[in-house]
Design a protein around this ligand. Structure first.
Ligand code: AMP
Length: 313
């Protein structure tokens, strides 16, 4: 089964407490597609400028990601994001956003793109997400969004959510979208907006999945070295959708495994700057980490031991 992703392919300037990089390949759709490509065929819809060279194209080619729907605009630069993280790596501070080619982006889907069975709407303007959504009829539609759209484009976002099956957002976004501080209550409210499942990313604390009838929480893979959290959310979504597309399953058990694969892919992504770690990743490493998370969260069956009280105590 094939996956279509629409979203940013960008150049990022990132500073973390462990170092900084200028103008490295980034973007939500880039991180998503590289992660998902370990599991299934991926096709990317987006836009870049003149600064996107053969060297950047190679990242997609080596993962066999189809970028024939990646539009190139002459005489303009690609989207640029500059961000910084403090010691709390769960919180990114955006220092600068230059839309460049993204300002007038109108996603153009080829006939092949419209045949995709799985669709990921990465974090872009909700009206654009909807425009893409309406052009195809996939088995599963997943989406991300951010505080900016929740605060400034709420009406459009709510309209878009009506056509989304899985909403994959972080904890602060879930609370803000629902207008509710308690995450369980927030999830109930969000599940009336369209999605049948809400997946809440909680950075180094893991992820939680909610549906009307189930609740599933996992810790993150414990890492000693986290260098750059950029793209963690998108590589999480890539692993999750990649697994679903590869197995063509969407029952509760498959969804739970998909969340774990999402977590596995995010854990590798944050080990190095940009997409460097994912470029070197092997299937054996993915399998090993999946098994470790399984063992880490398994605690067997037991009834609570009972203390007995003797007569006369
Ligand atoms: P994540 O860390 O998973 O939330 O995603 C980070 C990526 O999203 C970076 O590579 C950025 O280039 C990209 N990004 C940041 N802000 C935006 C935005 N407003 N629209 C689209 N992409 C963005």
């Amino acid at each position: 089964m094939s996956i279509l992703v629409v979203g940013s392919v960008a150049f990022d300037s990132v500073k973390t407490p462990f170092g900084e990089r200028e103008h490295i390949l980034g973007g939500a759709a880039m991180y998503f597609s590289v992660a998902a490509s370990f599991f299934a065929d991926v096709r990317l819809v987006g836009v870049v400028g003149d600064d996107f060279s053969a060297e950047h194209e190679a990242v997609f080619k080596e993962r066999r990601i189809d970028i024939s729907d990646l539009e190139r605009v002459k005489g303009q630069r690609s989207f640029h994001w500059k961000g910084e993280y403090g010691f709390d790596l769960n919180v990114a501070r955006t220092l600068d956003t230059q839309l460049n080619v993204f300002a007038d982006f109108k996603p153009k889907l080829s006939n092949v793109a419209r045949q995709a069975n799985y669709l990921f709407l990465a974090n872009i303007q909700p009206a654009l997400q909807r425009e893409v959504r309406q052009q195809l009829n996939p088995r599963i539609v997943a989406a991300d969004t951010m505080n900016y759209w929740i605060e400034n484009d709420r009406k459009e976002l709510l309209e878009t959510l009506k056509g989304v099956d899985l909403l994959i957002i972080n904890e602060a976004e879930a609370r803000e979208l629902a207008g509710e501080a308690n995450l369980l209550k927030a999830s109930r409210r969000i599940l009336t907006m369209g999605p049948s499942r809400l997946i809440v990313k909680r950075g180094e604390y893991g992820a939680v999945m909610f549906s009307d009838s189930s609740y599933f929480a996992i810790p993150a893979y414990p890492l000693e070295d986290v260098f750059d959290p950029t793209g963690a959310g998108d590589s999480f979504a890539g692993g999750l959708m990649g697994y679903l597309a590869a197995t063509n399953a969407s029952d509760e058990a498959a969804m739970r495994r998909a969340v774990i694969y999402g977590s596995v892919m995010a854990s590798f992504n944050v080990e190095e700057f940009g997409v460097d770690r994912l470029r070197r990743l092997s299937h054996e490493e993915i399998d090993e980490r999946f098994k470790t998370i399984k063992e880490m969260t398994h605690f067997g069956d037991s009834d609570a031991p009972r203390r007995s009280f003797l007569a006369g105590d």
